[in-house]
Design a protein around this ligand. Structure first.
Ligand SMILES: Nc1ncnc2c1ncn2[C@@H]1O[C@H](COP(=O)(O)OP(=O)(O)OP(=O)(O)O)[C@@H](O)[C@H]1O
Ligand SMILES: [Mg+2]
Length: 511
């Protein structure tokens, strides 16, 4: 059988790292082939070779049965191989249409045919039904919208091979289902699709086959229908997990309230939010996209302007005009934004420098002198806990895989003394082993008396990692459900606005 695209015993070395060790991989036309593995397993490296951004050190690549040397991204495109990567490549100052047609402008003699370009990109984006105007500047779009533009660009002329490196990591549920629809259409037209993901549950929905990689090697290729999550986790990590979610320790009954929010309203639609968070407590915040759960996190640190309400930390009111991430940090409240891929990281600097930059005072010994030994020990400890690869404080962040860069960003926050953590989707794009480490870390922080506001789209995290679950719906907090009473069914009722709590009573909405 001829494969659409085939890698045979491909090897790739970086200084000090064997990123791919004789990896073989086969893609058929008309299949969605998922590629999974822990952070640093070599997934992006392999698809970068297909996309012409990296050259292999050994092995062969065949396209439709013929050996090819893919010399550059441009060459890959000519061969019909298109890729959408973790780092988006759009030009923020240009419009959507200009971005989509960048490098292949439709020209009438002497001039760019702007209206025609717009019409075509509109048709293309129509697939997404995402309300993106071709004349909008990319810098004004949300991250999910940008991603859809990137995909529209990649599929404008139907490719033979479409590579999606963690496509759903920054997409909302609604956009994810739109993407699934598009991918199914392309598959039906015979396109071969490589789908890299850390969300194992989506494989059963979209993938035909799954290839597992570990430490730069091919481990197994399985039919998606015939595999299970347990089996995949074992193949990916080489370990068996007794349990993914650690045991939840109860919050001591006398634990004091550390964060109190009363009647919070905001410019972009938070409505009358009140909640309390006690020391040692993990409060999950769930809700659909657009429910306001991300806004809530932003509002608490002044990134979303308030129109009413009060925030108290340890009983002290924070003045609205004093609300900023920096001011909150001084009060021991740390905010982790969503979509922090690389954001704020100094990619040319080392892991150590990036981790300690926000916490230097903790390592000060005397009069501004740094305690280098203490600093290094703390960094080594977080590298170990989060299983950062390579486990080297001096490694340049630029050379880390996407997920490992995110772990560095997370460690930067954890390394400070903090009493309240506000985390927006901290486990997105992170492999299952590191997710488990993060859950354990959250539980340990809680045991040590920190409080955590854990904003997540992952239903299982809400159910298993949190003491209570607050559900947002259309900018309001409609219910707070204790761990013991939380079930998927019940939470979804609140998610979709079918039910809400009124003064502690649950009422069913007839609508
Ligand atoms: N330019 C580079 N220089 C040095 N090492 C690199 C470079 N790019 C990748 N690596 C290393 O190669 C290995 C494989 O990285 P790769 O990006 O392929 O992982 P990945 O499977 O995509 O992980 P993730 O899920 O975190 O995105 C890692 O150890 C990484 O640190
Ligand atoms: Mg990657």
């Amino acid at each position: 059988m001829t494969f659409l695209l085939r890698a045979h015993e491909v090897t790739k070395r970086f200084p000090g790292v064997l990123a791919l060790d004789r990896v073989s991989f086969e893609l058929r036309s008309g299949e969605v082939h998922a590629l999974v593995g822990e952070n640093g397993a070599g997934k992006s490296t392999l698809v970068n070779i297909f996309a012409g951004s990296l050259r292999p050190d050994g092995g062969t690549i065949e396209l439709e049965g013929r050996p090819v040397q893919i010399r550059s991204p441009h060459h890959a495109q000519e061969l019909g191989i298109r890729a959408v990567f973790q780092q988006l490549s759009l030009v923020p100052a240009l419009t959507v249409a200009e971005n989509i047609f960048l490098g292949r402008e439709l020209t009438a003699p002497g001039l760019l045919r702007k209206p025609a370009m717009r019409a075509r990109s509109l048709a293309q984006l129509g697939i997404f039904d995402a309300g993106i105007a071709p004349t909008a500047r990319v810098r004004d779009l949300t991250v999910p919208q940008r991603y859809l533009v990137e995909i529209a660009k990649a599929t404008l002329e139907r490719p033979k091979v479409l590579i999606l490196d963690e496509p759903t990591a920054s997409l909302t549920d609604r956009e994810t289902s739109v993407l699934f629809r598009l991918v199914r259409e392309l598959r039906a037209q015979g396109v071969g699709i490589i789908w890299i993901t850390h969300r194992l549950e989506e494989l059963y929905e979209i993938a035909d086959r799954v290839t597992v990689m570990r430490d730069g090697r091919h481990v197994a290729t399985l039919s998606a229908q015939e595999t299970t999550t347990d089996r995949l986790i074992t193949l990916m990590t080489g370990r068996e997990y007794e349990q993914i979610y650690p045991m939840l320790q109860p919050v001591p009954p006398d634990a004091p309230t550390v964060l109190e929010v009363q009647g919070l309203c905001s410019v972009h639609g938070l409505r009358n939010i009140s909640l309390t968070l006690r020391t040692g407590e993990i409060l999950g915040v769930g809700g659909l996209i657009g429910s306001g759960k991300g806004l809530l996190g932003r509002a608490l640190v002044g990134l979303e302007p308030l129109t009413a309400g009060e925030i108290r930390i340890g009983g002290e009111t924070v003045r609205a005009d004093h609300l900023s991430p920096h001011a909150m940090l001084r009060r021991g409240v740390m905010y982790f934004p969503a979509d922090r891929r690389g954001e704020g990281l100094l990619t040319n600097r080392s892991v150590l420098e990036n981790m300690t930059i926000a916490a230097l005072e903790r390592f000060e010994r005397l009069a501004g002198l740094l305690d280098k030994g203490k600093e290094r020990r703390a960094v080594v400890e977080y590298i170990r806990r989060l299983a950062i690869v390579p486990p080297n404080p001096a490694a340049r962040v630029r050379n880390l895989s996407g997920g490992n860069q995110q772990k560095v960003a997370l460690a930067r926050g954890l390394i400070r003394d903090t009493q309240v953590f506000i985390m927006d989707e901290p486990t997105q794009g992170i492999d299952v082993g590191a997710k488990i480490a993060i859950y354990e870390l959250l539980h340990e922080l809680a045991r040590q008396g920190a409080a955590v506001l854990f904003i997540t789209s992952d239903m299982l995290e809400l159910l298993h990692v949190c003491h209570r679950v607050a559900v947002m719906f259309q900018g309001e907090l409609v219910a707070t459900v204790p761990h013991e009473e939380a079930s998927e069914e019940r939470l979804l009722q609140y998610f979709f606005g079918h039910m809400r709590e009124e003064g502690g009573q649950t009422s069913v909405d007839a609508a």
